[in-house]
Design a binder for this molecule. Structure first.
Ligand SMILES: CC(C)(COP(=O)(O)OP(=O)(O)OC[C@H]1O[C@@H](n2cnc3c(N)ncnc32)[C@H](O)[C@@H]1OP(=O)(O)O)[C@@H](O)C(=O)NCCC(=O)NCCS
Length: 198
């Protein structure tokens, strides 16, 4: 049975992950070279058992929260997104996302998931800074993070080797005060306001 939505957007719902579906889908998605083109995850193929062990480690941890991305268009479970390395002293965490079903790309799901998770981090988890790393040539991801208020804060030169070349990794972040100034300008704001009333 699919879990009830934990967070909701116009185009997607974010739901608690189910172990078997996570293991099967992650193993399939990470074997798709186009999906993992910009990810270190794609370097070694991931078996279902490894994905299940990943799942177990995250579920027991209060430093990670990962949710399933469900497309409202009917394609179902299309990816995962999470907040990781939750630091309750500095009040910071890392945002990550993987939409593994390529048919669900470029429909705005990534941007909605990023904005919902950012809102969750600031509104519920009491974070002050959400950060991420993105390969410099991952233009679609970079664009969707910019649309969610993330700004570049630095560049790790030739940090990764992918697709026959070294690539810089761009570090981006959004601070609580920037989120506060931006959130009402997002098309998703009515959804966020309903779920996090003040
Ligand atoms: C990166 C990812 C999360 C983006 O999600 P998405 O749902 O496809 O993105 P969105 O549709 O919300 O937004 C993408 C934006 O980038 C633009 N874009 C897409 N490809 C682009 C490219 N090659 N160059 C420039 N812009 C591009 C889109 O036009 C869109 O902008 P717009 O809404 O202003 O037109 C998703 O594609 C994914 O999971 N990819 C595989 C894993 C991955 O790379 N994860 C990120 C690791 S940091």
């Amino acid at each position: 049975m699919t879990a009830a939505p934990f967070l909701e957007g116009e185009r997607l719902t974010l739901r608690v992950l189910e172990r078997a579906a996570y293991a099967e889908s992650c193993a399939a998605w990470t074997s798709d070279r186009e999906v993992v083109r910009h990810l270190s995850r794609g370097t070694w193929p991931l078996t279902r058992d490894e994905a299940a062990r990943d799942f177990d480690a995250k579920v027991g941890s209060r430093a990670d929260v990962e949710l399933g991305i469900h497309d409202r268009d009917g394609d179902g479970f299309v990816g995962v997104t999470g907040l990781h390395s939750l630091n309750t002293v500095a009040h910071s965490c890392e945002f990550r996302i993987l939409i593994g079903d390529r048919r669900a790309w470029n429909k705005g799901l990534g941007t909605e998931a990023c904005q919902l998770m950012t809102a969750y981090a600031f509104e519920l988890l009491h974070m002050n800074r959400v950060w991420l790393g993105v390969n410099a040539d991952n233009e679609g991801a970079h664009r969707s993070y910019q649309k969610s208020g993330f700004v570049e804060e630095g560049r790790l030169r030739e940090e990764v080797y992918r697709n026959g070349a070294y690539h810089d990794v761009v570090r981006m972040s959004v601070l609580r005060r920037e989120y506060e100034a931006l959130r009402t300008t997002w098309a998703l704001w009515p959804w966020i306001e309903r779920q996090f009333p003040r």
